[in-house]
Design a protein around this ligand. Sequence first.
Ligand SMILES: [Zn+2]
Length: 106
Amino acid sequence: MTILRALRRKATKRKQSGWKVQVVAAVALTKKGNVLGTALSVPSEIPGIRQRHAEGILMGRFGRAIHKIIIIRVGRAGVLLPIDPCPVCRKLAERLGIIIEEAHND
Ligand SMILES: [Zn+2]
């Protein structure tokens, strides 16, 4: 899937630019499969600053225009790792009628 490849490239690039932690990236899609936008999770390595989740950022930005959000987590070696939306994001997605899906290596 081209969208996922682009998302993965974006996450990997961000890692190379200095983020030491794993990077979570998300893409928001409409019902027709059009891309509304993408986001990266902001890492929480800085003490006292709450992490902003990529899926949460997208829901804040596009709300009910979103049909589905696909999330990936890119580890140190650039491989995809398992990722689950947190309870807060999951509840918000439920309320908005948004599907959150995890992308797998293929
Ligand atoms: Zn979350």
